[in-house]
Design a protein around this ligand. Structure first.
Ligand code: GLP
Length: 260
């Protein structure tokens, strides 16, 4: 795992650089898109590059990490709507090429299996953007998630319900208790995972991600087994890293030919 500690605006630029390089090399790239506030600045950077430098997503496909169960289709907090507003509708991404687990299906396990099949049929995710929850969740894989999990139903923790109440007018009781999420093994199948973490509230989760024991207690720690993870973290999020000095030296001494 490569840990890059830089100010938040630069992290957004680096994440956008990774996505742009992939899309320019292969206009049919498959992107894994995350919601939450962490990737927003990176999406804004990509939107600017679309308008100013002609970066096109017309040939790309996207898979979302997760979705709340049972929200009305037009609910503004539904992740399918959130990602459209935050990113895809602001560029030339085709709606028909943006996929998420069908969390309104009558048969949720069948919808999860169908989602896994679709990701596989599309050749798998090339670049997966992820945020991280304060409890170390990625997607909605809460503590205790199987490290071998695939897309399935999960119950959100009280902490996550409280964290996400801000998207429901501050009303915790309005946040759905259940969600469908790509599993940890699904996320591990992406070729390159780009994790963004900003702010002090992520410090413990970032420490466990990079330096803790690999454990379902801190689900993101499974990424230690992935061959290509770039963890982009700002100073407050890096504040509990034991090897922060080494990560800084490594990044400062990065050979010019070596990309993220
Ligand atoms: C939600 C999302 C996650 C996201 C997390 C952190 O729980 N399902 O994908 O990583 O929130 O959100 P934020 O980036 O706003 O801190």
């Amino acid at each position: 795992m490569e840990v890059v500690i830089r100010p938040a605006p630069e992290l957004a630029t680096l994440a956008a650089d990774i996505v742009e390089a992939a899309v320019r090399a292969d206009p049919a790239s498959v992107l894994g898109l995350a919601t939450g506030s962490s990737p927003l600045a990176a999406y804004n950077a990509l939107v600017r590059r679309h308008h100013e430098n002609g970066l096109s997503f017309a040939g790309c496909r996207a898979f979302m990490l997760d979705e709340y169960v049972g929200l009305p289709l037009d609910h503004p907090a539904r992740y399918a709507n959130v990602i459209r507003e935050a990113f895809t509708a602001r560029v030339d991404f085709r709606d028909s090429k943006i996929h998420g687990p069908d969390a309104n299906a009558d048969d949720l396990p069948a919808a999860c299996a169908a989602y896994e099949r679709l990701i596989a049929q599309s050749g798998g995710v090339d670049i997966q953007i992820v945020g991280i929850g304060a409890d170390g969740h990625i997607g909605f894989n809460e503590p205790g998630s199987s490290l071998g999990s695939r897309t399935r139903l999960k119950t959100l923790t009280g902490q996550t319900l409280a964290d996400n109440a801000r998207f429901f007018g501050g009303d915790v009781s309005a946040v759905p208790r259940h969600c469908l999420t790509q599993g940890l093994a699904t996320i591990m199948s992406a070729r390159h995972v780009v994790l963004l973490a900003v702010g002090q509230s992520k410090a413990e989760a970032v420490h466990q991600l990079a330096e803790g024991a690999v454990s379902a207690r801190w689900p993101a720690s499974v990424l230690q087994h992935h061959p290509h993870v770039t963890a982009l973290v700002d100073e407050p999020a890096a504040s509990m890293l034991e090897l922060a000095g080494y990560y800084r030296e490594t990044y400062a001494a990065k050979p010019p030919w070596q990309r993220l």
